[in-house]
Design a protein around this ligand. Structure first.
Ligand code: ADP
Ligand code: NA
Length: 332
């Protein structure tokens, strides 16, 4: 009953990194070439759940848009939007705030991680974030959401909200959206600490490859990445208990569109002294052109703004009837 439609988003809250590229952007591009409508979003309303300097937020939103396009998202083929320009996201989020239960929200591990020890001082928006995320997805009746592993719990909540709305109002209006978490790099780890996720919010710049890094910076960060002294195994199970080694092999596999076992068939037995330069060459070949293209696109921010305005007009052709119907169901 629901036409397949893909939605996903990224926060404009700082530098895009290799985890965002492999876990999200590269897979968004794969979906774009399938016979399905794709909607990709810069989620600025999510970004301000923690303080953002207004100038930086505007810059990050445009740079993120440049990142989407440089990674291969075609604004003609996909609908490319900035969340705050499509007001139906926030409008549906309010309805969902009234559907979701406090107890559900309190179980969200990302809130606990991001709020830290001083949760009483976190914004109400940070707590309500997953209800807005559910609205981002369901305002398009999206059926599939490609994301990294860290978003799995939020996607479960999205289904819970859809199910409760459908049940409470006796309708079959919102779909049970499927998370699509696949590939060798659903969780790219920090280059400095194999137990931490590669993240924009990590204070160490050496922990991640930024999508704006040039060839030298990329190669240097890989050369310096933490590893162990052992040779590479010839099978994936040889990477158990070796998080740093596994991370570098995962990155290689994802960049080269291979499985981990395929990579290990080729490089098993090599030392990191030999494997790291191979990985550095591959990462430079794949990532440096994206960085260059982002720089080129950022020279014309007026064009980026036009692309986002056009995207929001196309998006509202979908979101405005779905919000109208939601209000009808609710009695508004
Ligand atoms: P961040 O976690 O860096 O703040 P976002 O929350 O904006 O990034 O996440 C945007 C997308 O990138 C999501 O689909 C998320 O799952 C994915 N993602 C973020 N970090 C990683 C990572 N280290 N490995 C794989 N995917 C990631
Ligand atoms: Na995240």
């Amino acid at each position: 009953q629901f036409t397949p439609r893909v939605f996903s988003g990224i926060q404009p809250s700082g530098d895009l990194h290799l985890g965002n590229y492999l876990g999200a952007l590269k897979r968004f591009v794969d979906w774009q070439s399938k016979d399905v409508e794709t909607v990709y979003c810069m989620v600025d309303l999510h970004a301000i759940t923690v303080w953002q300097d207004p100038k930086d937020l505007m810059h990050s939103t445009r740079e993120l848009c440049a990142g989407f396009i440089a990674a291969g998202i075609d604004p003609e083929k996909s609908i490319l939007i900035n969340q705050s320009q499509v007001p139906e996201h926030a409008q549906l989020a309010w309805i969902f705030n009234c559907v979701a239960r406090m107890g559900w929200m309190q179980r969200m591990t990302q809130f606990k991680d991001k709020a830290g020890k001083n949760a009483q001082n976190a914004s109400l928006g940070l707590f309500a974030y997953p209800a807005l995320m559910a609205a981002d997805i369901l305002i398009y009746h999206a059926t599939h959401v490609p994301v990294g592993e860290d978003q799995k719990q939020h996607l479960e909540l999205t289904r819970d909200i859809a199910a409760k709305f459908n049940h409470d109002y006796g309708v079959d209006f919102f779909p049970m959206t499927e998370p699509v978490i696949e590939g060798a790099a659903t969780r790219v780890m920090s280059l400095r600490d194999g137990s931490k996720k590669m993240s924009k919010s990590d204070p160490s710049d050496a922990s991640r490859i930024n999508m704006t890094d040039d060839a030298d910076a990329i190669a240097k960060k890989i050369r310096k990445a933490k590893t162990d002294p052992d040779a590479l195994p010839s099978e994936a199970k040889g990477l158990d208990e070796r998080p740093e080694a596994r991370n570098l092999v995962n990155i290689y596999a994802a960049l080269n569109d291979q499985t981990v076992d395929q990579v290990l068939t080729d490089v098993g037995g090599k030392q990191f002294g030999e494997f790291k330069p191979m990985l550095a060459d591959l990462a430079v070949a794949k990532m440096a052109p994206i960085s260059t293209e982002m720089g080129r696109l950022m020279n014309d921010t007026a064009e980026i703004d036009r692309i986002l305005t056009r995207g929001s007009e196309r998006a509202r052709e979908i979101t405005s009837p779905i919000l109208r119907k939601t209000y009808d169901i609710v009695g508004m």
